[in-house]
Write a protein that binds this ligand. Structure first.
Ligand SMILES: Nc1nc2c(ncn2[C@@H]2O[C@H](COP(=O)(O)OP(=O)(O)OP(=O)(O)O)[C@@H](O)[C@H]2O)c(=O)[nH]1
Ligand SMILES: [Mg+2]
Length: 334
């Protein structure tokens, strides 16, 4: 039986995809459930929505309980991917979060300013990417939970200070500290790495490029680490290099943006889905909705296909920016 989803439902689903916080997501899921037509054709979708609402409520009450006990250091992932700002004290991690995202952590000219993880969202190419600022890693003191935050992230920005005299130590110490917990910071996953070691894709961010001595220190850094990790010079204060950094973060996540289109309608080019690079039409359908994947017959593609609107099979590999029109055996989603 066709699902005949209403404009109200589709609008709520779109708001859900744009929602940044768990509270917003929960409100959208509840709107979707109240707007979905109640008949047999939508039974599975209704059950799925109820399950997601109850999971979201459970998560909210768990995090409330954790907040009552103290702050929670786990940062639930939001958006297209999560990267963590790792580094020695006072290198400008929090200033970078301010420069790149909507978050407003404390920034101060003394070490150990940041005491808890602070997430922010970076908008780039119509995607929302989560950046998490954390307390410093230092031989004086390192919060014991930092390795777990790094392990859970999709990537690491290892930040150093081009204005300081100990830039090599600012790299060596965090690398060694994480190695003790079997985390290796890498440019790209290495096949030779033992299976019990977690590899984390990392960018080396040389901050404070506006400082007088920065050029010279950057050259030293390039000689020593340029081959090992991708190196980007930035100034969180002046904005130099931040555009290159946004591109590099997007690339690090290895995602592609796919725009969904309904038959006979224009695609919404403001809110792409993001799926891992190499995803097929079927993987994309799964990301849109389980029902679409189950009922998928074929798709039409605008973008990477030979001609606009070309019909492709489920195993077609999508490219960044593709517009996809999913065709399903019932009229789910029309
Ligand atoms: N000149 C210059 N100063 C910067 C830059 N980025 C940060 N700073 C300054 O460096 C100091 C430390 O910045 P924070 O962002 O608080 O450093 P942090 O790495 O978060 O420090 P902790 O939270 O203590 O680990 C502040 O005085 C900032 O204003 C930059 O690009 N250029
Ligand atoms: Mg800080």
């Amino acid at each position: 039986m066709p699902a005949n989803l209403t404009p109200d439902y589709l609008a709520a689903e779109k708001r859900y995809r744009q929602a940044k916080t768990d509270d917003e997501k929960l409100a959208c899921l509840e709107d979707m459930l109240s707007a979905i037509p109640k008949h047999k054709g939508t039974d599975k979708m209704q059950a799925d929505l109820r399950r997601r609402i109850s999971q979201m409520k459970k998560r909210a009450s768990e995090s409330q309980a954790r907040r009552r006990k103290g702050f929670s250091y786990r940062v639930p992932k939001e958006g297209a991917g999560q990267v963590v700002l790792l580094g020695a004290p006072n290198v400008g991690k929090s200033q970078l979060l301010v420069a790149m995202t909507n978050a407003r952590p404390d920034v101060a000219p003394y070490p150990f300013t940041t005491r808890a993880p602070i997430p922010g969202m970076m908008s780039f190419k119509n995607c929302q990417i989560q950046m998490v600022d954390i307390p410093p890693v230092s031989d004086e003191h390192t919060e014991h939970w930092i390795p777990e935050i790094v392990r859970a992230a999709d990537g690491v920005l290892l930040v150093v200070d081009l204005g300081s005299g100990d830039v090599l130590q600012q790299i060596e110490y965090p690398i060694a500290r994480l190695e003790r917990t079997k985390i290796k910071l890498v440019a790209a996953p290495e096949e030779s790495c033992p299976p019990n070691v977690t590899q984390k894709k990392t960018l080396l961010i040389a901050n404070k490029a506006d400082m007088e001595e920065a050029r010279e220190v950057f050259d030293t850094l390039k000689d020593r680490y340029g081959e090992q990790l991708p190196l980007i010079a930035v100034s969180a204060k002046s904005g130099v290099g931040l555009d290159e950094l946004r591109h590099a973060v997007f690339d690090l996540l290895e995602i592609v943006r796919i725009y969904s289109k309904s038959p006979g309608k224009q695609a919404d080019m403001n809110t792409p889905f993001t799926v891992p690079r190499g995803s097929t039409v079927l993987n994309f359908a799964e990301a849109v909705h389980k029902e679409f994947a189950e009922e998928l017959k074929f798709a039409r593609i605008w973008g990477s296909a030979k001609f606009d609107g070309q019909q492709v099979t489920k195993d077609y590999v999508l490219a960044d920016g593709d517009i996809v029109e999913l065709h399903v055996s019932s009229s789910v989603g029309r």
